[in-house]
Design a binder for this molecule. Sequence first.
Ligand code: OSB
Ligand code: MG
Length: 379
Amino acid sequence: MTQPLTPATVRGIELRRIAMPLVSPFRTSFGVETERDILLVRATVDVDGTLIEGWGECVALGEPTYSAEYVDGAQHVLVSHLLPTVMAASRPIDATEIATMLGHFHGHPMAKAAVEMAVLDAQLHAAGRSFAEHINATKTSIPSGVSVGIHASIDDLLTTVQSYVDDGYVRIKLKIEPGSDIDHVGAVRDLIGPDMPLQVDANTAYQRTDGAHLARLDEFDMLLIEQPLAETDIIGHARLADEVATPICLDESLVSAAGTADAIDLGACEIANIKPGRVGGYLEAIRIHDLCVARNIPVWCGGMIETGIGRAANAGLAALPGFTLPGDISASTRFYARDIVTDPITVVDGHVSVPTTPGLGFEIDHDVLESVTTSTQAI
Ligand code: OSB
Ligand code: MG
């Protein structure tokens, strides 16, 4: 970190729900997303007598299918438990203190991360500093990968993948599940050729006994297999790592720095997908990045179908030097026809620019935001 930021007194919070239709259905092994129901946190804070606004995005999905959190539950825990605690602070606070202040509440990392994000955004604005600069991130642009949903037909899958190749994405990630795996991956490898980086994400769809089956993916020379087994099954992933040559990467299983260190030590995590929401915030995400660098574990930044708010913040995070693999930080247009920020994330020559403006690196487009808002709640 650079110089500490000036602490902030939280004066008010607005929770805002928005409905964002996806440009096409996104199917994973846990379900189909057609519209994103997103909770935004707008914090009004006082920094040295000046009122400043900051925004956070809660990445919880509409249903508890990717993880236990879901957007209605996140809003409830924020309103009833998390925000009253943060707002009862008797002195100005720093974003880095929020995880500790909320530490006695079990779980709800995505709800906690959204509060931390909003306060951090406001503090960075007050300091006139960008997120990437604040965390001493080194890159000015990051390679952009795209996550491709499960397709019923291989022909349709190839059409979709070709369109992303044409858009310039430098890495393809295919969602897989039993029945839509070996053939799908083989056909895509034939389409994109041997040199294009390729990986798969099972979102926990396989069993411990699927080692021999998953080893059939080895011939396609992929970067990694993401989260084949249940999120709690660390030993199962370690055994799979012995059976399958393709590196095993964890997503759902990694919920803290301590747990990530254990998974690495057990041989269950050869590559790490870091998502700030899943681990309770950007500061825990940086701790995970640091320990992976110390243990020589490659890291990349995952995505949760974020708006321009979350994408900008993720781009800042992924500018840290340990993020050596392309992330799931795609253009806003990958999922949304119209983003809620004035400067949507774009992919140029396969790369996303790291924001350099003060704050997390976006400006809200208030007209678009109003048009997609379904409710607001003031705290
Ligand atoms: O497992 O990485 C995942 C989206 C929602 C929930 C979980 C995941 C995903 C993605 C898409 O794969 C990532 C993105 O491009 O935002
Ligand atoms: Mg994943």
